[in-house]
Every structure is written in C-alpha cells, then in structure tokens.
Design a protein around this ligand. Structure first.
Ligand code: KG4
Ligand code: ZN
Length: 366
C-alpha cells in the first residue's frame, strides 16, 4: 500500500510517500517513509511575528506542485503506482487547506486514484503508530503553535478529547512571550535558548489551571503576568530577559505537568486492562527540553512509557497525513465522497466533547 500525503493547513508546504508492506502479517506493521519533503514558510512570516494567512496561502500555491514532484521523485514511486492520495482537509487556515485539497482532488481525478480527506489532528494522533508501532489505546499530548490538547486515542477514527486550551495554544504563548521580550519569531526555540542562562526562581509566575479537576489548559493569564513583570522592570537587560524566559518556562512545565498527571490517572481508570500504557507527545513545543524532561519524569513515576517521535515527524509534515490515509484504508473507513469534501477550517477530532468556553458561536475549532 503506497499513499501520497499532502499537508498545507498552516505554514508548512509538505508532501510525502509512505508505504506499508501488505505481505507482512496483519499484526506486524512495517511502514516505510519513502519520502518526506517539508518546506517551511518561517522566513515569509518572520517579519510579522506570526503566520499571515494570505501570505501562507499564496506561498502554498507557488510551492506545492514542486514539493509533490520532489516527494514522488525522492520516493522512487511513479504516480501510477500510488494507491491513494491523502490530503489535510482541516482544521487550519482555510486558504492553505483549499490549495492542498484542490490540488489533491485534481491529481486524484487525473490519475484515477481514490482521495482521502484527513483531519490534521488525526495525522498527529496516529504518528506514534508509524514511528513506534504503538497499539491502541494510548494518550496523546499535542502541543503546537495552533493546538494544545490531550486526546485518548482509542482506534482509527476513535478519539476522545480530554482537554484543550480555553485561550491560547502553548506554542502561541511561547511566541507571544518572545515577541513581548523582543526575541525573534518563532519564539519557542528563542525563549528556550534565553532561559538556559536565566534564573527560574526570580519571577513567581502563575501556574494556570493547576489543581483544576478537568485537565484543561489556559495560558493567557500567564502571558499577562509576563507582560506586567517585563513592563515593571523595563528597560530589560539581557539577564532580565533570560530570567523572565526561565521563570516562564518553569511555570509552563509545572502547569503542563499538573494537567498531564491528571490525564494519566484518568487513563488508568478508563483503560484498566492496558498493561503497558504510553503517553505520546506531538507538536513543535515537544522540542522543548525542559518540557520533555518534566513529561518523562511524570511518565516514569506513573508507569507510562514516554514516546516522543523524531521532531521532524512531531511538527507539521505530510508523512503523518499519508500514514493516516493508510490507517483509514486498512480500517475500511477512507470515506467515499472525498471528491466532494469541502475544506473545514474548524473540524474537531472528537465531535462529541463539548466545545470550550471561548470557542465562539461556531463551536470548537479543533
Ligand atoms: O507543530 P509546529 O511546528 O507547527 C504548528 O503549530 O503549526 O509548532 C510550532 C510551535 C511554535 O509556536 C514554536 O514557537 C513552538 O512550536 N516551539 C517551541 C520550541 N520549538 C518550537 N516551543 C517551546 N520550546 C521550543 N524549543
Ligand atoms: Zn500540526
């Protein structure tokens, strides 16, 4: 089984071919990433301190054809030998989604291949099966620039969102903190770098939601606390910036640890028969060493294995989309009418869990 994946939901233009050897026993999965091409648009957006949707959509239009050609060439597979095309159809920036899904529809129609519309979050949710062959159920912590969620992954197409953010995504909080402190975009890696030489005890920032029974997240109060601290001592020296970053990172790691430990407990209660439970992290914030160390320690304490797929597959990419396509094909739920599928800027992975306060009249975004 060979699937071409296409990803354009945010600021990465990506295409990939993933193969699964169908001759191996069904219980032994041996998927292979034959190609994985990702073009980041960071430079186009850096001057604005965040992703500008219209610039992103135009950049996808310019780059996508070449990226797909490169992914096919790298894989050594002809389009004729591809079994299906899987494209991200939501949630995300609608301009980019239109570019990716329409391109996928055109290729599918011209090459007479089935098209599978993939929820971007499902791509993140299933990556640990591509990289580590994980069995269902497991727990996923997704922490990126656009999403902050804890999801119980029970099967292909079977997800329970246990927690989400009631305001900013965690990556967004890193990016906004960096911007306030005059650090360049994207903020996360720069906050982490500055924090390395800072004093994490100098500022007592709040640990948002700590102690709340529901494992949800909130970061806007923390962001405000950072702004107030920075304003109070301005102008900031390099050491001030380092201390604020270190204190911010400590608050985030602490709050995240509290939220995740509640989810680990809930997982034990809900899946008592699962003998080797696992926590998987995905999203760009998973690159943060302090956060990773906190999660690793929590998992050790709770008897969970901690799975952090290689960063290239944790951040936005098309291999995870191709893989979600393969999973759907194998499960027989690839969807019949993807040719008519309309891109969805909002598309919750779990349609049952109630939207959070603050998600607006149109309901949950993701
Ligand atoms: O998953 P990702 O690459 O893309 C999208 O969200 O689409 O995540 C990017 C986010 C950005 O907000 C970035 O600042 C954050 O991940 N990030 C980090 C680190 N590296 C990237 N946050 C904290 N520490 C890092 N080392
Ligand atoms: Zn993503």
């Amino acid at each position: 089984m060979r699937v071409l994946g296409i990803e354009t939901s945010c600021d990465e233009t990506a295409a990939s071919v993933v193969a699964l050897d169908s001759s191996s026993a069904p219980q032994i999965m041996s998927p292979k990433i034959l190609s994985n091409v990702v073009l980041s648009q960071i430079e186009e957006h850096a001057a604005f301190g965040g992703v500008v949707p219209e610039i992103a959509a135009r950049a996808h239009v310019e780059a996508l054809d070449g990226i797909i050609e490169a992914a096919l060439a790298d894989s050594g597979v002809e389009l004729a030998d591809i079994d299906a095309i899987a494209a991200t159809a939501g949630p995300g920036l609608v301009g980019g989604l239109i570019v990716g899904l329409m391109t996928a529809k055109a290729i599918a129609a011209a090459a007479k291949k089935p098209l599978i519309a993939i929820n971007h979050l499902e791509g993140h949710a299933l990556t640990a099966r591509l990289t580590d062959g994980l069995d269902f159920p497991y727990l996923l912590l997704l922490v990126s620039g656009g999403h902050t969620q804890i999801v119980a992954v029970r099967g292909v197409g079977d997800y329970q969102r246990w927690a989400t953010t009631i305001d900013d995504a965690l990556g967004e909080a890193f990016d906004k903190t960096a911007k306030m402190l005059g650090l360049p975009y994207p903020g996360g890696p720069n906050v982490e770098k500055a924090a390395a030489s800072g004093d994490a005890t100098r500022f007592a920032f709040p640990r948002p939601m700590k102690g709340s029974v529901q494992p949800d997240f909130s970061f806007s109060g923390l962001k405000t606390a950072v702004r107030q601290a920075a304003t109070a001592i301005a102008p900031l020296s390099d050491q001030d910036v380092a201390d604020i970053c270190a204190s911010f990172q400590a608050a985030v790691a602490d709050a995240l640890g509290d939220r995740v430990s509640r989810a680990l407990t809930r997982f034990r209660q809900q899946f008592p028969a699962k003998t080797e439970p696992a926590l998987v992290v995905a999203g760009g914030v998973a690159a943060n060493r302090r956060i990773k160390a906190t999660l690793q320690a929590l998992c050790e304490q709770a008897g969970f294995s901690f799975v952090a797929p290689p960063l290239k597959l944790c951040t936005d990419n098309a291999a995870m989309i191709a893989w979600a396509g393969i999973e759907r094909l194998r499960a027989g739920i690839s969807g019949e009418n993807a040719a008519d599928f309309v891109p969805r800027s909002r598309w919750p992975l779990d349609s049952v869990s109630a939207p959070m306060v603050g998600s607006g009249r149109r309901g949950a975004k993701a």
